[in-house]
Design a protein around this ligand. Structure first.
Ligand code: BT5
Length: 262
């Protein structure tokens, strides 16, 4: 039986190394589902493949959610897509509130990035623990840039990252954004699980960057170049490499010749 919304428990830190690290630790120690670890600042915020996530104090929402979805392991990636779609809609609403005729410019870069006008505003990091091929715990880490100006980003990110404040000129209250976002995510997550993820692939594809474009995919030990054909029914990327369709479960994507470096 799932917890009700008012049982969501938020643990707040002024500073922590990584909310994901703490949430993974708590989850393994039997911390309850829908425990949220949030910090004003992370000193070792992490992205995928142990990359760094810039998390300066008070300028963004850095938080992690403990979940235990009753799903087959092969559906884990769908949670990534559900999370990205939910935050995409949330960001779009904030931008639409500000610009009366805002264009639909929030896009998803498979598998876990949310970009506005080509700049990254949010990253998502799923970490799971398994036993005998069964999912024990899932931690969803979310980094959402809120109040940075361009100068708050390190030089590397000045041209590749953005924040809600850069887009709308407004300052956002972390507590309120967290509450509103959790509210939406709680609903979207349960709806997706209750409906066996119906429509998630279609919705994601409608909002996905680089459809039918030439991309380079970094798979760690080698790279592939090909055209994105879409997603399969598990949310894996379908890539046309010289006429052969490859199915990709994880990797890093770049548009060829775009100069992107996100
Ligand atoms: C991600 O990784 O995008 C997942 C980031 C998840 C961060 C959250 S914050 C709360 C929770 N606790 C954690 O410790 N982590 C999670 P990846 O796709 O690997 O992207 C990482 C890359 O994004 C870096 O190499 C930079 O290029 C870029 N980057 C770093 N910080 C950024 C920021 N604040 N805004 C935009 N881009 C950033």
């Amino acid at each position: 039986m799932s917890l009700s919304k008012n049982q969501i428990k938020v643990i707040h830190y002024k500073e922590i190394d990584s909310t994901n690290r703490e949430a993974v630790r708590l989850a393994k120690a039997n911390g309850s589902e829908w425990t949220i670890v949030v910090a004003d600042k992370q000193t070792a915020g992490r992205g995928r493949y142990q990359r760094n996530w810039e998390s300066p104090a008070g300028l963004g929402l850095w938080f992690s959610i403990i979940l235990r979805p009753q799903i087959e392991l092969e559906h884990l990636n769908m949670i990534n897509l559900v999370t990205a779609l939910c935050i995409k809609k949330f960001i779009q609403e904030k931008i639409d509130d500000h610009f009366s005729n805002a264009q639909d410019n929030v896009r998803l870069k498979w598998p876990n990035d949310i970009l506005v006008d080509g700049k990254k505003i949010c990253g998502i990091l799923l970490e799971s623990s398994l036993r005998k091929k069964k999912l024990l715990n899932l931690v969803i880490g979310i980094g959402l840039n809120l109040n940075q100006t361009v100068n708050d980003f390190s030089d590397d990110l000045k041209t590749t990252a953005t924040s809600l404040k850069i887009l709308t000129g407004k300052v956002y209250l972390l507590k309120k954004i967290l509450r509103d976002l959790l509210n939406k995510f709680y609903d979207d997550y349960h709806e997706a699980l209750n409906n066996d993820f119906v429509d998630i692939i279609e919705q994601y594809q409608e909002n996905m960057l680089y459809q039918n474009e030439l991309v380079q995919l970094d798979l760690g030990d080698h790279t592939l170049q090909g055209y994105i054909c879409g997603l399969n029914n598990l949310g894996y990327l379908l890539l046309d490499v010289g006429g052969e369709q490859k199915v990709i479960s994880a990797g890093d994507l770049w548009r060829v010749n775009s100069g992107d470096s996100i």
